[in-house]
Ligand binder design. Sequence first.
Ligand code: NAD
Length: 480
Amino acid sequence: ATISLILQRRWKKAKRLGFADECVPPRVMENAARMLVLSGHPKRQLPFMQRMMNGPLKGVVASQAKKQVAVRARPEHYPAPYAILDMWANYGGNALAVPAGKPTSMEAIAASPTTKNLVRVYYLQERLKGFGKDSDFAPKHLHVIGAGVMGGDIAAWAALRGLTVTLQDQSIERIAPAIHRAAIAFKRKLRDDTQVRFALDRLIPDPSGQGVRQADVVIEAIFENLEAKQKLFADIEAIAKPDAVLASNTSSLKLEDIAAGLKHPSRLIGIHFFNPVAMMPLVEVVEGRESDPQALKKGLAFVRKIDKLALPVKSAPGFLVNAVLAPYMQEAMRCVDEGIAPEVVDEAALAFGMPLGPIELADTVGLDIAVAAGKQLASGISEPPRKLMELVNAGHLGRKTGRGFYTYNQGKPQKGAVGQVPTGLADRLVTPFLAAAQRCVEQGVVADAELADAGVIFGTGFAPFRGGPMNYLKERNEQP
Ligand code: NAD
């Protein structure tokens, strides 16, 4: 008999779906199981549609499922989901029945480079999870200054993860949109109304900045202006707890320059989140030339506490993630300047295994931001990409204005048919990316090649099945 007794109220859905026979409180669980066995209740039959899908319609279901998988993973990159479908459709779900010589066999999947590299990615993730573990710093209160795109979302994320968060901006009107966004996100993530209320109670609008005094961590996320940040940190330092972590979310200013506004510049570290905060697992924790190692350790512990992956990096233009992305995106835009269609450029990157083409990525980040990042990070000698400048000058800033390299309809890029992808295009695109990753390792921006791989995979989505840029370079060099 199939007896599954599921204990908790929230598992009632399991019964509705047919995974469980009964759903009872723990104290009557054993009795209920006994009664069910003794009742002679006939074995549960699968609903009619499920029997059809497991029987005569199996082939159709498998081919539909394959199409759905194909939207997210190409078979040449990720063979395992296709192997599972083949096993279900043709071998009764028995992995051991698939002949060893077949590409969908357990032997072939286990031996594939994808498997080896994904196992590697798992261990890389474990290594990142280890940062901050050795600290007894247990932050409870975060104060965020700047309730814009980044500050608002950092505050919401930390409140969702259980911290008390005070959110400061120049006026309550500037904080309101962030709270509104948070309410929508909490509803989607938590579902339970009481939990949503608790999370919203933890997120406190604080236009006068009272929260600084009690906060264990203070994150500054105001606009990118050195003087404003210096002045702000001088004010914060005067009233914050002496052992509070003081951090900037700056993307492009030098941490050392911002720290010059402090009496004790060693207190400042960088805690650099990525946009969109809720989706991006990585956070760079930046060590400035003068940063106190203890502050850095606390910063790493804070990032772990809010369930993000912390990557320690040294203060350098673009840190790791933006330093590798910028030259890659610039190269892609140069290809467009040479007359290659954006769709073709993006397809070359997707075929390599990137999650999003570089042109669509530029549109998504915002072309104004791409220009600013390019100025700061690309070799100052070269001209900015022509088409990029034309679009920005005409006010077409990408997805947010409805037009950039692509035109957007309800947030979706309207792409034309992809023509022939020229040989070597993917190589041309990833070469600057790989070179930048290598440079970051050589210059000590990250401690070693493994951390460069981890940071780049979790910070940019770089083809996980390739095991990271440094791993890819190594494998490519080893090829005969
Ligand atoms: P934004 O323009 O959306 O928000 C900035 C907010 O700061 C505004 O609401 C403004 O009213 C407020 N502000 C300005 N001066 C203030 C002050 N003195 N006191 C209190 N509030 C003040 O900016 P953003 O895109 O969220 O960027 C903020 C920081 O995060 C920048 O340093 C940026 O480099 C960095 N960053 C941005 C991104 C991104 O993709 N936007 C990604 C990573 C890091």
